[in-house]
Design a protein around this ligand. Structure first.
Ligand SMILES: [Zn+2]
Length: 98
């Protein structure tokens, strides 16, 4: 339960940070803000998921290499994207017009 609260809090505060940057820099391109946040998030994620010093650690084994961590990161990003209310846009070029 605590973990879910932490997850939700981190996600909410990240969006709030993006909105604050956008408010403070009205001229800024929202996509530049978004790319910067994503870059920072990826950086932090890779920092947090570094394996421990024990090369035989079973907990760390599934994400024990850079390629394994990258695959997991891409999987997570895909899951978060698909779950987002903004995944589909009414302006999508393949959106049906009924
Ligand atoms: Zn470990």
């Amino acid at each position: 339960m605590q973990d879910i609260a932490t997850f939700d809090d981190a996600a909410r505060q990240t969006v709030e940070l993006a909105n604050r940057i956008a408010d403070e820099q009205p001229e800024a391109d929202l996509r530049e803000i978004a790319d910067g946040l994503l870059s920072g998030a990826v950086h932090y994620w890779l920092y947090a998921y570094q394996p421990c010093e024990n090369r035989h650690c079973e907990d760390c084994a599934p994400l024990g290499t850079a390629e394994q961590r990258l695959a997991r990161l891409i999987e997570l990003v895909r899951d978060f994207a698909v779950e987002s209310e903004y995944f589909h846009s009414p302006n999508d070029h393949n959106a049906g017009r009924a």
